[in-house]
Design a protein around this ligand. Sequence first.
Ligand code: FAD
Length: 496
Amino acid sequence: MSKALSQSKDSQWDLVVVGGGGAGLASAVSAAQKGLKVLLLERNAQVGGTTAMSVGSYTAAGSSLQKRKNIKDNPEWLVEDMWKFDEALLTGDSPTIRTLYAQQSARGLEWLISLGVAFSGPYPELPHRVNRMHNVIPNSKTYIVRLLEAAKKHGVSIVTNAQVGDLIITDGKACGVRYSNGGQELTAQSSGGVVLATGDFSGSKSLREKYLSDSAAKALPINQNALGIGHEIAVKHGASTLQMDRLFGPQLRFPTPSKGGFLNLLPTWKWLCKLEALIVNSVPTWVLKPVVKSLLVAWMSPTDAIFKSGGILVNQSGNRFGKESSPAAELAMQENCAGFIIIDETIAKKFNSAPNYISTAPGIAFAYFTDYKRGRPDLVTSAKTVKELAATIKTDVKNLEESIASSGLKAPFISLGPVYSMLTVTEGSLAINAKLQVLKDDGSVVKGLYAVGAVGQGGMLLKGHGHHIGWAMTSGMLAGEEVAQALKSQYSTATS
Ligand SMILES: Cc1cc2nc3c(=O)[nH]c(=O)nc-3n(C[C@H](O)[C@H](O)[C@H](O)COP(=O)(O)OP(=O)(O)OC[C@H]3O[C@@H](n4cnc5c(N)ncnc54)[C@H](O)[C@@H]3O)c2cc1C
């Protein structure tokens, strides 16, 4: 994939896309499908971004998969249901952008299907009133692989190890970018403008400290490369930001297994994905249970209900540092943001059957204590005494004794962990309008500048599974179309 720039220090394009995650690749492909000459610049050695690290669920209303299962749905219901996730947190949300997402979400999904992306489902997730969660087969890397194939087919030029540092503004309009690649400082000019698709800012310590709580500033980002560079570039040129202080997290998370979950090891060949989708969509759920469980133990967050049932959280030194009222925020303030959940056999037994799960992917399946014991033995330690437990998880015996004495736990003990306080994604982004154009504080547009995906949420807060990927893909597709349409109008005005 890595490609050295063989052309001159300056190059001319119809569109320059900054960032090669899901949203950027979707913008580039959709613009190229309309005949535009597109350059995509990616700062990492590989495209993929957070999109390639995700589970890959995509929430949409009105999809062909829903229709096949006789599920009646419409965009208005999707807008209403997304607000039901957390009405308090959604104060100041953008109804315009949310409506745009809801109206176009199914078209985005069908467009991906037309590129060969296969989905299973749809699955339920409360408070969505109908099943809307579509899961990519077999894993989120499929989005990237299929979009890359389409980019190649439609002639998109992709340059990796290319970090965009600034926009070129001429006559008040974004008409290119400055970037570095292979030790060279380069420029790329674009007649149709620039699409920023640079992701969120969870990996930027300075932006976290500036906008978020102390615990969020300290928690570990899952994607340390999500640096918010696009946010900063746009702000420099007058763009307005929205909801920068809003966040759903931090969350407790178990580390992923060193070899990756079973689903992440499956190849993303188009024929195999289609076959897998056919199987997943036609066999009873129980047949797939072992496969689904492997996903759950690979990625999930342990539920806070464990603490309500008497489990405790200790840091790496064995100290119980809080009261587990806000476990992830408390753990963020500890060394390495790391700790262990300590339970006993009574709690383990309780969390071995419905409705008490350890972690879940809503609507797909639940993972219980035994699933962790079987699927992630590296995370489960059983010991008859505190001394034995302390030795196995390599923590201080005295501290651990004190911590356990402060709880109601009874020997034998079980440790789940290590567990970390982590940030999945941030929600704050550039202000945009329904044409994905970036806005200034006074509501006027930064001419020629578009933002999509996490950097272009336009104030929309996305809580629940499948909304971020849904928006990344949908907004990317729409921005490519918008730029193509704008260039066409520009061209016909110039020639008439
Ligand atoms: C563990 C995990 C699981 C998740 N699961 C789901 C899920 O199942 N469903 C869901 O909806 N959401 C999920 N999310 C969230 C979702 O993955 C992201 O919100 C979404 O993929 C963001 O897409 P994006 O294209 O905007 O950003 P990204 O995919 O992060 O892409 C941004 C790209 O821009 C590049 N870039 C940044 N700055 C520059 C620059 N200056 N120059 C050039 N390139 C640059 C980056 O290197 C990166 O490749 C999950 C997130 C995590 C961490």
